[in-house]
Design a protein around this ligand. Structure first.
Ligand code: AMP
Length: 374
């Protein structure tokens, strides 16, 4: 057990790091954040920031020296560098899990090798292989960069078998990619699994997720799916976490088809945007659970207190001046969370709010009203 009073080191200083730091400090831990941009959201609430590039081995080792345990909220870090760090300080989740989840090609291969349900895919590395894969996968389909893609960045939907593969590939800049069959899903859901160092695992309530322009817009909890699908989604997420040897958190994004079939879309070995509702909706939130798991503390209850809806606040809300935060603050069942970011650009996640209710419908109605008011 790494007890309160010790120091947690975190790679990545965005909002996930910030909310983890807040949870860690509430439990009495010290928190050091490693992030190249100064004054990042996490550093505003951390004890210390190491401002250096993720490729700076000496700086990474100095994070190791300053910390009793290390984790990450950001996946695009070289696992070779992290392996070096893991030699001097405990690092969770393990770097092998990160290596798989940080790259779509490896992630898909992992799902396939382990017989986890996934969309059909082919690996593509030039216009010829794209043309061949398009014939195999069929249209519609979606081309996704193998690495460094998030929130729909580095993705291109292809609607026809006659698409101009040369033009599409050129726009991809020669990057290695995965061509994935388009899934006509009924609903998107995600499951957050937490696993402690003694192997104990606890699942957070399944969240139903609505995306707009590839970015998470709303999470509705509990997801409006039947019991049998819920329990299959939960078991699947647990099996994946076990296969990856996770200690910490794993977010599993899933597509639910009309016939009840479930397909895994993506894995994230860290706190996840679709788990933000837990801050106000669960007995223990995902960030506190993350801290408990990596520090070897007993895991907390993941029980849902009341139905709840989470709405992301993007930079777009600043288009006509400051958003109407008063509407959220005045609502008796709403909570506002802002991440301390300056520069509200379009599509940038600036914060979120939650609205709870006696029923999902009531929470959803409140969220819709406040989203408009914002
Ligand atoms: P991703 O970055 O892969 O999570 O994709 C972002 C969003 O695009 C997903 O949450 C879905 O709404 C949509 N999407 C991605 N891949 C597919 C697919 N194969 N079929 C249908 N929709 C998809």
């Amino acid at each position: 057990m790494i007890l309160p009073g010790k120091t947690i080191g975190m790679l990545g200083g965005g909002q996930l790091g910030r909310m983890t730091a807040q949870a860690a400090r509430s439990l009495g831990y010290n928190f050091v954040v490693f992030e190249p941009s100064p004054n990042c959201p996490a550093s505003q609430v951390a004890d210390q920031q190491i401002t250096a590039d993720y490729t700076d081995i000496d700086a990474l080792l100095s994070l190791g020296k300053a910390s009793d345990v290390i984790s990450y909220e950001f996946e695009n870090v070289s696992t070779d560098a992290l392996d070096k760090l893991a030699e001097v300080v405990p690092l969770y989740p393990n770097t092998k899990a990160l290596h798989i989840c940080q790259n779509r090609e490896r992630e898909k291969a992992f799902l396939k090798e382990n017989d986890f349900p996934h969309a059909p895919f082919e690996i593509v590395n030039d216009p010829e292989s794209l043309s061949k894969a398009l014939k195999t996968i069929g249209a519609p389909c979606v081309l996704k960069t193998a690495s460094f893609g998030y929130d729909g960045k580095g993705q291109q939907k292809i609607d026809s078998l006659d698409a101009d593969v040369n033009a599409i590939w050129k726009a991809f800049d020669g990057k290695r990619a995965v061509l994935e069959g388009w899934i006509e899903f009924d609903i998107e859901v995600s499951v957050m699994v937490s696993v402690g160092s003694n192997g104990e695992s606890k699942i957070f309530p399944v969240s139903e997720n609505i995306h707009t322009n590839h970015i998470l817009d709303l999470s509705i909890v509990p997801a409006r799916i039947d019991k049998e699908i819920r329990s299959r989604a939960e078991s699947l997420a647990c099996e994946v976490a076990q296969k990856l040897g996770i200690i910490g958190l794993l977010g599993v994004e899933l597509f639910v088809l009309k016939n009840g079939e479930i397909v895994i879309n993506e894995l994230a070995p860290r706190p996840h945007n679709s788990g933000h509702y837990t801050l106000d909706g669960c007995a223990t939130n995902q960030f506190e659970q993350f801290v408990r798991a990596i520090c070897g503390l007993p895991l907390g209850s993941t029980e849902l207190i009341e139905p709840i809806v989470m709405v992301n606040i993007l930079g777009d809300s600043w288009e006509n001046g400051d958003p109407n935060f008063a509407a959220i603050l005045e609502h008796p069942k709403a909570k506002l969370h802002l991440y301390g970011k300056s520069g509200p650009q379009k599509g940038r996640k600036m914060g979120h709010f939650t609205v709870s209710g006696k029923t999902v419908e009531e929470a959803f109605e409140g969220a819709r009203y406040l989203k408009n008011a914002l």
